[in-house]
Design a protein around this ligand. Structure first.
Ligand code: SF4
Length: 298
C-alpha cells in the first residue's frame, strides 16, 4: 500500500475517502482537518486565551500538539485535572507535564481535593458504580474553575468524533431528553466559558494514528473505573458498526446537529441561569450538579 500523494510506503488508510497516506502526508491531512473544523465552527478568535484540558491521554496529547502547530492567533493554557485515582493518574500527569515541557508551555494543575476536599477514590469508597458520572461532573467544575482563574476565554477539550457519537447514543439509551436538548434550554453560554472541541470531526482511529506517527504516545495504565462505564459498551458496539459501515459515527453526529437545528430554541422555554447556594457556580437549580453530587456521596 503506497501513499496516494507521494508514492512512499503508506501508514494510514482513510476509509471514508479511500485514500492512503504516508506518515508526513497523513499528519498534514490530519492537521488540515482540525484547522478546517476550527474555521467552520469559528471556534477560535484572534486574541483568545484557550484553556486546553490536558489529561495526558492520547486525545488531549494530540489536541495540544496540533494546536501548537496551527497558525492560531491565540494563547494556549494547558490545564490538567487530578481526580485522585490511585495507580492511574500519577502516570498520566507525568505524561502531561513532559508534553508541556517539550512544547514550552506551563501546565496548570487542579485536583478534586482543591474543589471538594476529597479524591475521587475517597468519594467512591462506598459505591464505585457511578464513577464516571461523578468524575465527569467534578472534572467539568475543576476545569471551569482553573480556566476562569487563568483568565481563559474558552476551554478546548480533546473529544473526538467517536466520543461525540457515543454521547449522542448514550443520551438516547438513557432516555435523557433534557441532555439531548440541553443547549437550547438554558442561557449557559452567558455564564460558562464556551467549550470547543477541535477534534470533533476526527475519528479516534486517526487520532491514535497521529499520536503514533508523531511519537507522542506512551504506554499508560487504564483507569480502574472504566469497567463501570456505560460508554465502554457503546464504544465497542459503535466501533463494530463503523468498521462495517464507515461514516456511521459521522452520520450520528451530523444527524443530531440537523435535528437540533430543526427544533431550534423555543421562546419562553429558556431556563435562566442562577448561582449555586453553596459554591456560587452557575446553575439552573438551587445547588449546582457538583455540590448536589458531593452532598449525596457524603
Ligand atoms: Fe473518570 Fe470514568 Fe474516565 Fe475513569 S473512566 S477517568 S472514572 S470518566
Amino acid at each position: 500500500m503506497n501513499c496516494d500523494i507521494c508514492g512512499n510506503k503508506a501508514v494510514f488508510a482513510e476509509p471514508s475517502s479511500k485514500k492512503n497516506f504516508c506518515g508526513p502526508h497523513f499528519s498534514a491531512w490530519y492537521e488540515k482537518g482540525v484547522a478546517s473544523t476550527i474555521e467552520k465552527y469559528q471556534m477560535i478568535c484572534p486574541g483568545d486565551r484557550i484553556a486546553v484540558g490536558l489529561s495526558g491521554g492520547k486525545d488531549s496529547t494530540v489536541l495540544l500538539t496540533v494546536l501548537t502547530k496551527l497558525d492560531l492567533d491565540a494563547e494556549l493554557i494547558p490545564i490538567t485535572v487530578d481526580e485522585g485515582i490511585a495507580n492511574y493518574r500519577d502516570d498520566t500527569i507525568l505524561a502531561a507535564t513532559r508534553l508541556c515541557d517539550k512544547l514550552g508551555l506551563a501546565d496548570k494543575l487542579i485536583s478534586f481535593t482543591d474543589i471538594c476536599g476529597k479524591t475521587l477514590d475517597e468519594l467512591l469508597a462506598n459505591d464505585p458504580r457511578q464513577a464516571c458520572s461523578v468524575c465527569g461532573t467534578l472534572r467539568r467544575r475543576a476545569l471551569n474553575q482553573a480556566a476562569r482563574e487563568a483568565g481563559a476565554t474558552k476551554i478546548a477539550t480533546g473529544h473526538c468524533l467517536d466520543d461525540e457519537a457515543q454521547s449522542v447514543l448514550m443520551n438516547y439509551l438513557r432516555g435523557d431528553v433534557t441532555r439531548i436538548l440541553e443547549s437550547y434550554q438554558t442561557d449557559s453560554d452567558k455564564v460558562f466559558l464556551p467549550r470547543i472541541k477541535p477534534l470533533c470531526r476526527q475519528t479516534e482511529r486517526s487520532t491514535v494514528a497521529y499520536g503514533l506517527v508523531n511519537h507522542l504516545l506512551t504506554d499508560l495504565p487504564e483507569c480502574p473505573y472504566t469497567k463501570y462505564a456505560l460508554r465502554a459498551g457503546v464504544r465497542s458496539g459503535l466501533g463494530k458498526l463503523e468498521y462495517r459501515n464507515p461514516g456511521t459515527m459521522m452520520n450520528i453526529v451530523t444527524g443530531q446537529e440537523k435535528l437540533l437545528a430543526k427544533l431550534g430554541p423555543r421562546e419562553g422555554e429558556i431556563t435562566p441561569m442562577g448561582r449555586c447556594e453553596l459554591c456560587g457556580e452557575p446553575t439552573t437549580h438551587r445547588l449546582c450538579a457538583a455540590c448536589t453530587l458531593i452532598g449525596k456521596l457524603e
